[in-house]
Write a protein that binds this ligand. Sequence first.
Ligand code: UD1
Length: 422
Amino acid sequence: MAESSASLRIHGPVRLVGEVRVTGAKNSALKLMAASLLAPGKNILHNVPQIADVEIMSDLLTRLGCTISYDRATLTMAIDVPSEPGHKAEYELVRKMRASINVLGPLLTRVGIAEISLPGGDAIGSRGLDFHIAGLEALGATIKFEHGYIIATAPNGLVGAEFELVFPSVGATENLMTAAVLATGRTTLYNVAREPDISDLGEYLIAMGAQIEGLGSSTLVIDGVKTLHAATHSTLPDRIVTGTWAFAAAMTQGDITIKGGRADHLEIPLDKLVAAGAVITSTTDGFRVKMDHRPIAIDVATLPYPGFPTDLQPMAISLNSIAQGSAMVTENVFEARFMFVNELRRLGANITVDGHHAAISGVPLLSGAPVIATDIRAGAGLVLAALVAEGVTIVEDAFHIERGYPNFAEDLRELGAEIEII
Ligand code: UD1
């Protein structure tokens, strides 16, 4: 959203029709920015989305001594990294954005010390750091906790090791990968996350001179090098934003061409939409989702990639709330991610939650009401629900959505939604 927003006012129901363009992935761009700390000199990142979290990461890197310029017209960012970056990420920035934890691996391996404020929990769950810590300790780091900070030191550098993640955590895989590229010797990481963001980060590191084998698989073999050099890389398109548009098309019985969207990064969610009755066809630089009847209910269980993404779980619940029939949505990644279900109920959705299962019985149309966005994806899920709710829905705390969806309100308006920022 270019216009800074307090709330979104949506008048439904509406059928979304037209074209929309997807830019770089939030969860990739932030990690690429953090990884730039590994290479002194001028790093260039293309397709960096214009979202609030990118500004927060820019602030953090600037405090660490980097000089950053961002051209909003071309979405190109230049990050000039000093030969001696700082090593501290303060609470005031980390609390705003959990991805701040991604500077841990790069700073530790390059500077020999990193002091990062503990991010704490957020609205989707407790989000531990135990895998990050155990992995860095396996590489020879000493880690302690003081005054709300995690202090990691390795004055003589890290040393390659073998390490197996208990769960394929995205954040832990990224921190360990970025730490291992400058360690002495070989690191083998087992059971790593396979999200496309990980491969994107790996390709950037390889462009800097890193030696990494196994990208896209669950084992990474990294041979440490002494130094890395500045590089240029283009951020991959946002698969969660892409998926959100695909669900929006299916839910509103619409017809949306998603330019720049990669269907190959969304195989399971798109299979689900086909099961719901959508017709999906590929186009020259993306794909098109068309739906000409009320969706059929779809069971969904979130899992690490290539499973159904937890970040699209709110969209799946929203779709099922107006589908024909009943469905079960199971959340296997973040324990507290059903918080927004209470908001959806305010719109007339028929949902029962039991532990990490939500049973949804579809109703033909929701009914507009004021609701509150509790996090980025829940916020987007509520906006989709508002599009199929009769009357006016006000989505409060819409700044959450701004953290992950550039120009969301404008894009929706272009597709025919009656939406205003208030
Ligand atoms: C990232 C994304 C988030 C997305 C998620 C899953 C960012 C900032 N966030 O989160 O939007 O929803 O991937 O695709 O990029 N866990 C531990 N210990 C650890 C690490 C993780 O217990 O050391 C647990 C978490 O609490 C969670 C699960 O593992 O239950 C998955 O976490 P992880 O994949 O690390 O997600 P994030 O990187 O935090």
